[in-house]
Structures are given as C-alpha cells and as structure tokens.
Design a protein around this ligand. Sequence first.
Ligand SMILES: Cc1cc2nc3c(=O)[nH]c(=O)nc-3n(C[C@H](O)[C@H](O)[C@H](O)COP(=O)(O)OP(=O)(O)OC[C@H]3O[C@@H](n4cnc5c(N)ncnc54)[C@H](O)[C@@H]3O)c2cc1C
Length: 416
Amino acid sequence: MKIVVLGAGVIGVTSAWYLSQDGHDVTVIDRQPQAGLETSFANGGQISVSHAEPWANPGAPAKILKWLGREDAPLLFRLRADPKQWGWGLQFLLECLPARTQRNTLTILRLGLYSRERLKALRRETGLQYDHLESGILQIHTDPGEFEAAHGRVALLRSHGCEMQVKSMAQCLELEPALRASRLALIGGTFAPDDESGDAHQFTGNLAELCRLRGVHFGYEHSIEALQVEGDAVIGAMLRDPDGQRSVMRADAFLVALGSYSPFVLGPAGIRVPVYPVKGYSVTVPVVRPEAAPILCLSDETKKTAISRLGNRLRAAGTAELAGYDTSLNSARCNAILARLEQLFPGAGDYAGAQRWAGLRPATPSNVPLVGRTRYRNLFLNTGHGTLGWTLACGSGRAAADLMGGRRPEVDFPFC
Ligand SMILES: Cc1cc2nc3c(=O)[nH]c(=O)nc-3n(C[C@H](O)[C@H](O)[C@H](O)COP(=O)(O)OP(=O)(O)OC[C@H]3O[C@@H](n4cnc5c(N)ncnc54)[C@H](O)[C@@H]3O)c2cc1C
C-alpha cells in the first residue's frame, strides 16, 4: 500500500518505521526541514511508564485554583476567549473524577508497558543510539502529603505490571549520590527500575535516517493545507512548498501525526479531535562537574519536572500552561525550572549557559492518545499523546501500523 504519514515528530517517524517494516511504500510529510523539530525537539527525555497517571486527577482542580495567576505555577490555565480552550478545560475537569483517572491511568499504563518493550526491541534490532540510559527513573519528593499519595500510586501501578519501589531518603542517596549536595529538603522517593531516558530529538532524527535507508521518502518543508475527500475516502493531501507552489499527494491511506496541529487538518474534513496545546519548557545545560551531576534520570514530583542526563548534558523540563499556540519563551517559567535544577545539583552544570526551549504538548483532556481509524476508511490517527508522546511512541506507532495493515494490535487499548 502507498501510505502518507503527515508529521515527522517522534510519533510520525516511529509510525513510518513500523509501516515500512510491514512492507508499505511510505512517504512522510512535514513543514520543517528535518524530523523532530517541534514538540519532539527538547522534551524531558523520559520513557516514564511510571508516570501513567494523567494530570487530570482528583488532586488537580484544587492545585489549579491555588496556582491560578502565579507565573511560576507548574500547571497554569491562562484563560482566553477561546471556546476550544474552555471546552477542553471542562472535559479535563470531568477526567479528574476518581473512576475516570483510574481508568485513564490503566489505559496509559498498558500502552506504556507495551511501548517500552517495543522500544527495547527496536534498539536490539537497529542498535539506535540517542544518549539513552536504561537505569530507571527516581521520583523525588519534598512534600510529605504528595509523598504519601505516591505510595497509593505505586501500589496501583505495581499491581498492574509496572515495577515500582518506595525508597527512603537514604536509599535515594544510594541510588543517586549526586543528590547529597542538594539544597532542597528531600524526604524520599519512588523508583521505577525499568523506566528509561534519552534524547527524543536524536532518536527521531536517527530513526528517520534508518527509515530513509529502508526506502521511506521524506517530503520536508511542505505544509499540509488540507485533506481532499471523496465519499468515504481521503484521496489526497494538499501541500504547499516554500515557494508557495501547491500540489496534491495521493496515496492509498493517510496517517495524521501532526501533534498539536492535528485539529487544523482534521477539522475541515469534519473530524473533531479534542487535542489542545499544553505548553511546557525545558532548559539544557552542559555538564561541567560530572561528579556533581546525576547518573540517573529523575523526576522532581513537587514541581512536576523531569531531569535527564543526556550524555554530557543535563536537561530539566516541565510545567504546563494552557496558553493557545504561543511558543514564545516565558523567562519566569524557564528560570523557575533552571533555579530548581541548580538547587538540586549545585555546580553540576553551566547554568549560565542554559539553552531554553518551549514546546506544545498535543494533549487530550484525559492524556489518552487518539490512535486508530476515522470515519474515512483510509484515514487514520496517531495523535494527542500529551505529556507522554516519547514514552508511548513505539507502542502507538506499532499499533497504528497494525491497524492500517488490517491487523489487530497486540495491546489492549481503546483504539478509535
Ligand atoms: C516540556 C515538555 C517535556 C516533555 N517531556 C516528556 C517526557 O519526558 N517524556 C515523554 O514521553 N513525553 C514528553 N513530552 C511530550 C512529548 O514531547 C510529545 O508528546 C511528543 O513530542 C509529541 O510528538 P508528536 O510527533 O505528536 O508531535 P510533534 O513532535 O510536534 O510532531 C508533529 C509534526 O507535525 C508537523 N506539522 C504540524 N502541522 C503541520 C502542517 N500543517 N504541515 C506540515 N507539517 C506539520 C510539525 O512540524 C511536527 O514535526 C514533553 C513535552 C514537553 C513540551
């Protein structure tokens, strides 16, 4: 089958990989000059199945109210006159109901466990390198109430197949000796030994190159303007090149993996998807004193920040802001992440030389991605991965390829 994948982020490229492995003739289209230059560019780097619990959980509404208007809040709703934002926000509140949170957590967990296995298999097959670490993720706490709540989460995740352990502060220091110099009052942690980390941008770029060597075509610097539909099928994607020239790309089937921008291409074809951008930031610093820098991937649970050691770099990423499609850097939010990283690992990195970045998570209110078919028989979705797109990429890419090939995916998931 001739298949066009729309979007060359981590989701589009992993999908293209599995589709080409299945023997399809695959073309990937993206407006950028390379793969992985938008949200997959400088994310937290975590393959964190242990973070299956979505942001929409019973504790979220009180926190959002407490943080409303605070510039450095980990989760910030900037209320706008945008009905899509309000609709998304109301749906988010609904997903905070305990039963919904539990269902969403377990759904994401199943896809996460499957995805991590697929990632390991892909690494075995290809030897792909991307500054990855396979030494687990340590979630550290400074807030006693949140640490207590984490115990319950550990029990739930463990009973559903995700290995996790509660750690005393002494055990945390054994696992990550660099925390001894921390200026924060840490109280303990939870450890997910099978979680991983790595540079999602390197992964996406290197996998795109492997795809190219296998015969996948990449049409970069082409904007997708619309889908051409006829009856119950999509017959083409309307593209525009940098010179403004328009063309139509025809194929037997199409997969939409356009991240936060998926609704703009799907909406005019009559398909509404509850994907809204949730902005986050990262800072990346060169490691200057390796002995002071972490050897593990960590999560600062109180500030909802991921901290990854990516080769000789240290990255901290986090915060969530509903602010539409604005990708400008907010220095208060970036500086809050940077200051926290420096407090945790004083002297480890060149903090003055930090590279700052902002990206838009393509989030559904439940954080459960949209993978599967649409009402057009040859149009498929792989989008809406929110906070966990890098974690869920290989599993949802494999599953999307299975569905497009008419096979039942191996993972139990509510496919569209
Ligand atoms: C601060 C931050 C930290 C994060 N940390 C983690 C983490 O630690 N672990 C984790 O699992 N996830 C993390 N995430 C989430 C993860 O990065 C995303 O879920 C993932 O990158 C989404 O991938 P994607 O391919 O769907 O989107 P993208 O990477 O944005 O790809 C979409 C592609 O579509 C293209 N495109 C869009 N519209 C058009 C158009 N009209 N025409 C042509 N091309 C178009 C874009 O150029 C882009 O390349 C984080 C996100 C942020 C912002």
